[in-house]
Write a protein that binds this ligand. Structure first.
Ligand SMILES: Cc1ncc(COP(=O)(O)O)c(C=O)c1O
Length: 438
């Protein structure tokens, strides 16, 4: 077959309006620190850390060097019945920054794989503890847990499931926490809605606790528009899980590694789950990698529960790949050396003020902020939901700012190295451009 003339046709782009994109493509060709460079040579201020992932800023030389060195030294080594020093060291280092007790680390290559791995680990743990009837997995409406069949099963986004058949059996969903009266323009945790956690009790009453293995939630839902948990909500969820022997999984694919001012949202917000999923900021996104942090006693239940041989029949060829491990170690070094998690915590107050300065601008109906995250909700255009945010996303890009549009919400989550002047510029630009969209 001949190579096609159209240079854009062959790549079937993920989560993209392919026809619209290819009619008006916008490409990024390089990056440095807080900035991308577009194919037409413009600097684009990165308001999104790529896709919630380049927390230390782009193209950090220390990470690039570590990857290059690993590529020269050990391009690949299986971690099935073998291993290599970098992956053991990375596991130790990740364990050291997880909440107390979650110090057993399973490696994957993405957030989606981390979620599927966490769900399987939860099932394996329940079985090892003699609770094999616990096979039900509970998610939450508007939750995003990646695109594996496990992730879309517990996820709460209809479009991600619609085309793909019945999926995973035995899932159910608690209600989301968005849209509670009195919560608009809240700064940090919205005051109302902790009782929505009791929806888990409803599912316990409906299905029986003895059928439920785990509940998975994002501590803060990012992909469906920055939905911050109501004050007390996560604590209440933890209590209900404890009462009924249900494992609590926090999907921290975007909230970990400094985004909310600590290594994890669990630490920042004082609620410890049983399992945490990780990805993105783990390697600063320089090499794909994910991980699952598991409480030691859960790990031990599975591993010590087997007399010998393989204990968990699960893994990926690239689990703990040397290049990703090297990138992860260099990234954790950078986070520590530059104090980036604390930096995010220190900048949060400034960030919140800057974001809320947009209140009153045309189309804006809510602003939500926590850590270095902001969700700016627009009134949907009548008859054309999502069009307004998409147009604003394009206008921002064309004027030198990368934001993320999800539904009718603009999400911002800059690299943690962002300067105050850049924060000002982001919100000034956004505030000006939102006035111009129809
Ligand atoms: C909370 C959460 N879980 C899982 C994922 C999936 O990660 P990936 O795209 O790396 O598979 C994402 C991606 O944004 C996410 O935000």
């Amino acid at each position: 077959m001949q190579v096609e003339n159209d240079p854009l046709a062959a790549f079937w782009m993920p989560f993209t309006a392919n026809k619209a994109y290819k009619a008006n493509p916008r490409q990024l060709v390089s990056a440095n620190g807080m900035y991308y460079r577009s194919a037409d040579g413009r600097e684009i201020l990165d308001g999104t850390a790529g896709l919630w992932c380049c927390n230390a800023g782009h193209c950090r030389p220390e990470i690039a060097e570590a990857i290059a060195e690993a590529a020269r030294t050990l391009d690949f080594a299986p971690t099935f019945q073998l291993g290599h020093p970098l992956v053991f060291e990375l596991a130790r280092r990740v364990a050291a920054i997880m909440p107390e007790g979650l110090d057993r680390i399973f490696f994957t290559n993405s957030g989606s794989e981390s979620v599927d791995s966490a769900l399987k680990i939860a099932l394996a743990v329940q079985r090892a503890r003699g609770q094999g009837s616990r096979t039900r997995l509970i998610g939450r409406e508007r939750g995003y847990h990646g695109t594996g069949f496990g992730g879309i099963g517990v996820g709460g986004i209809v479009n991600n499931r619609r085309a793909f058949g019945p999926g995973l059996a035995g899932t159910d969903h608690i209600r989301h926490t968005h849209g509670v009266a009195g919560n608009v323009y809240a700064r940090g945790f919205p005051p109302h809605g902790a009782e929505l956690a009791d929806d888990l009790q409803r599912l316990v009453d409906l299905h029986g606790a003895e059928t439920i293995a785990a509940v998975i939630v994002e501590p803060m839902a990012g992909s469906t528009g920055v939905l911050i948990p109501p004050a007390g909500y996560l604590q209440r969820l933890r209590e209900i899980c404890d009462r009924h022997g249900i494992l609590l999984i926090f999907d921290e694919v975007i909230t970990a590694f400094g985004r909310v001012g600590a290594a994890t949202a669990a630490e920042a917000w004082g609620v410890t789950p049983d399992i945490i999923t990780l990805a993105k900021g783990l390697t600063n996104a320089a090499v794909p990698m994910g991980a699952v942090a598991v409480k030691r006693e859960l790990h031990d239940a599975v591993v010590d529960g087997e007399a010998g041989g393989i204990e968990l029949f699960h893994g990926y060829t690239y689990s703990g790949h040397p290049l990703a491990s090297a990138a992860g170690l260099a990234t954790l070094d950078l986070y520590a050396r530059e104090g980036l998690f604390d930096r995010a915590a220190d900048l949060a107050a400034y960030w919140v003020e800057a974001a809320h300065s947009l209140r009153g601008r045309r189309h804006i109906v809510d602003i939500r902020t926590i850590g270095l995250v902001a969700g700016i909700e627009l009134e949907p255009r009548p008859g054309a939901p999502t069009a307004r945010a998409t147009e604003l996303f394009h206008a921002c890009f064309d004027n030198g700012l990368l934001v993320r549009a999800t539904g009718d919400i603009i999400a911002l989550s800059p690299p943690l190295i962002v300067e105050k002047a850049e924060i000002d510029r982001m919100f000034e630009m956004l505030g000006g451009l939102v006035e111009g969209v129809g």
